[in-house]
Design a protein around this ligand. Structure first.
Ligand SMILES: Cc1ncc(COP(=O)(O)O)c(C=O)c1O
Length: 399
């Protein structure tokens, strides 16, 4: 049993034994919701596992038993940093542990100077928070340009080619669009941006945990994500990657004492941000969400992220065939390499469809009048068949 001083590792102490050899085919029993419902909505929130529940219970037990074990809690934050680093093939000193994706991106935006280069290029696929953060920087001199998508739901590279120029400071892209499930060709955008001297930020919220991520292979300069979707954690924990040689070129003015070079110095007389990516952090870390996030990531890694990508691709191939048979309008690209885990289907009234499916025991979500169906490691072919059967019953709500 691993120990940290008098404290023991959450899942072991709470009696949920890490189970070696878990696979997408054998992990479902770890997620109690499937006893009641078909949960196929991981683009919004991952299903709660026994391990994450135990981690939350452990947090309360530790608080109760030890009062204020801050040294241990700060160490748990470092464990989360190491887990995030491993997840994206970065070094821990390139990772900030944040309370949301927005917190990390905002710290970055506050620390850039929009002077010699002032243009920020983003796509029409961005999550609202990304657009809002960059537009907020217009007050500090940023010029924001949007790269538009084609009516067929793709963003051709030529659109980036036209937008990225010698005045471009940063290109902000989302890996997989939360509204239509389409995947950006990250490597191609990075190549174009870097050739013109621009930096690239990747919003990987819709891919972290659903497919292997490697910041070195992708070539991105910054990456943000959170744990509550495909990483099986909960709200309140995110992370932000900054390539090491860029860390000290950014001077976040949105900050806090957990961004300091020495948080224990308690020095209120100056601002000395960490020499690592911890400079993108802010105030007191989200300790309960850190317990849960570590448990979620460990469980996801045990199940296997690459194996999950393959499993979900097979489920989605079956789903797409079934949707074609129904004559449904799929707005997600067909080729597996051009989409994430999420499949989106046009509806006449997506809110009504989600409510109707919910009454049938199926949990999905909607955006932009699209039904969102997002399978993860714990879903099965039977789940997909249940979705297809329900959509056939409610065919009138599909376009
Ligand atoms: C693609 C994407 N980016 C960002 C977010 C929001 O991130 P946060 O609330 O952690 O800032 C979401 C959440 O749904 C998302 O899907």
């Amino acid at each position: 049993m691993r120990t940290y001083g008098r404290l023991t590792l959450a899942v072991e102490k709470a009696g949920v034994r890490p189970q070696r050899g878990l696979t997408p085919e054998t992990c479902r029993h770890r997620f109690p919701i499937f006893e009641q419902r078909v949960y196929i909505n991981s683009c919004s929130q991952g299903a709660l596992s026994d391990a994450v529940r135990a981690a939350y219970e452990q947090y309360l037990a530790d608080w109760d038993e030890y009062g204020a074990p801050w040294e241990y809690w700060v160490e748990r934050g470092e464990a989360a940093r190491a887990a995030f680093a491993g997840l994206v093939n970065a070094d821990p000193d390139e990772i900030a542990v944040t309370t949301s994706l927005s917190a990390g991106v905002s710290a970055l935006a506050s620390g850039l100077r929009y002077a010699r280069r002032s243009k920020v290029v983003l796509t029409d696929w961005e999550f609202p928070t990304i657009g809002q953060i960059w537009h907020a920087q217009e007050a500090r001199g940023a010029r924001v340009t949007h790269v538009s998508a084609e009516p067929d739901g793709t963003i051709p590279l030529e659109h980036f080619d036209r937008a990225i120029d010698d005045d471009t400071l940063l290109v902000s892209i989302t890996h997989v669009c939360y509204r239509n499930g389409a995947m950006v060709d990250v490597a191609a955008v990075v190549e174009l941006a870097h050739a013109r001297g621009a930096l690239v930020l990747l919003d990987a919220f819709q891919t972290a945990g659903s497919l292997p991520l490697d910041v070195r292979a992708l070539g991105v300069d910054f990456l943000g994500a959170g744990v509550l979707k495909y990483l099986l954690g909960s709200a309140g924990l995110g992370f932000f990657y900054c390539r090491r040689d860029l860390v000290e070129r950014v001077w976040p003015t949105q900050t806090g004492w957990f961004a300091d070079e020495n948080i224990f110095a308690m020095d209120h007389t100056d601002y000395s941000p960490a020499h690592t990516a911890a400079r993108f952090q802010s105030g007191t870390p989200p300790v309960p969400a850190i317990y849960a996030g570590i448990a979620g990531i460990e469980l996801m890694e045990e199940i296997g992220i690459a194996a999950t990508r393959e499993h979900v691709n097979a489920l989605n191939a079956h789903l797409l065939d079934g949707l074609d048979e129904l004559g449904a309008t799929v707005v997600t690209p067909r080729a597996a390499e051009h989409r994430g885990a999420l499949i989106c289907v046009r509806s006449t009234d997506a809110k009504e469809l989600v409510t109707t499916l919910d009454r049938d025991g199926l949990v999905t979500s909607e955006r932009d009048n699209n039904l969102r169906i997002s399978a993860h490691c714990y879903n099965s072919l039977e789940d997909v068949d249940a979705v297809l059967a329900a959509l056939q019953r409610h065919r009138r709500l599909l376009v």
